[in-house]
Design a protein around this ligand. Structure first.
Ligand SMILES: [Zn+2]
Length: 244
């Protein structure tokens, strides 16, 4: 994807994705987006107390994998260990979302239902969506390591009675995954609310979808859609610091 890897553009993309995800109800007063800083054992993330609705690229912190602030003024989110430990354990991951998405949490509160890939875009989670058993806030490095272990090689994990993590290869891809993750959870709940038994995508169907899937094109298309809408509405300011 034609997406700049320079620090200012990465900072802008985190601020933009956070504003959009907040407007979409996927972030609220808490939850956070981060992106790996190229060539360093560190990542860009917001200060914990800054409102997700109007993050400024210049206020983002550069934080190392142990949660220490390398650049910037402010304190990282209390649950920063989620990000540091996932980046440490998953070299393929460039962007991380932690959200308290209501529909995802609902699936950690059910005795007999498990969240499965239902809609076509949910092939992204074909390998599985594990649930982390520790519902507490992920404040300590060992809690972050345990969550990263639950996530394993997968692209999403639920956290019991708490939320979820999603991982992706870029911020635009992470935004797109977050939107589709919620759509998928909603689809499964709608089937259950209709009193029906959900029929998830089977392996043959997922293979069929994957044969025609062009992820880069799709992520770029949706990122452009959300960004263009956000710029028009003023959600993302027309300012050089927001250039990606
Ligand atoms: Zn949390």
């Amino acid at each position: 994807m034609a997406h700049s890897n320079r620090d200012p553009a990465l900072r802008a993309s985190v601020a933009i994705a956070s504003r959009i995800l907040n407007a979409e109800g996927i972030l609220d007063y808490s939850g956070h987006v981060s992106v790996r800083a190229p060539g360093r054992e560190a990542y860009f993330i917001q200060a914990g107390s800054d409102p997700r609705s109007d993050l400024e690229p210049d206020r983002l912190l550069l934080v190392d994998f142990d949660g220490r602030v390398v650049e910037g003024d402010g304190k990282p989110p209390i649950e920063a260990a989620i990000h540091g430990e996932i980046y440490r354990q998953r070299a393929d991951v460039e962007a991380v979302l932690h959200s308290h998405m209501e529909l995802a949490i609902a699936f950690t509160l059910m005795q007999d239902a498990q969240l499965k890939p239902m809609r076509a875009r949910a092939v992204r989670w074909a390998s599985g969506i594990p649930t982390h058993p520790d519902p507490s806030h992920i404040k300590l490095p060992e809690q972050g390591r345990a969550l990263a272990q639950t996530l394993g090689p997968h692209q999403a994990a639920l956290i019991r009675a708490h939320g979820l993590v999603l991982v992706a290869e870029s911020i635009p891809a992470l935004l797109v995954d977050a939107v589709h993750f919620e759509e998928n959870a909603k689809a499964q709940i709608q089937v259950m609310q209709a009193g029906q038994v959900p029929v998830p995508l089977n392996e043959a169907e997922m293979e069929q979808i994957n044969r025609h899937e062009v992820r880069d094109y799709h992520c770029s298309k949706l990122w452009t859609y959300y960004l263009s809408r956000a710029r028009k509405s003023g959600l993302v300011p027309d300012h050089p610091s927001f250039e990606v």
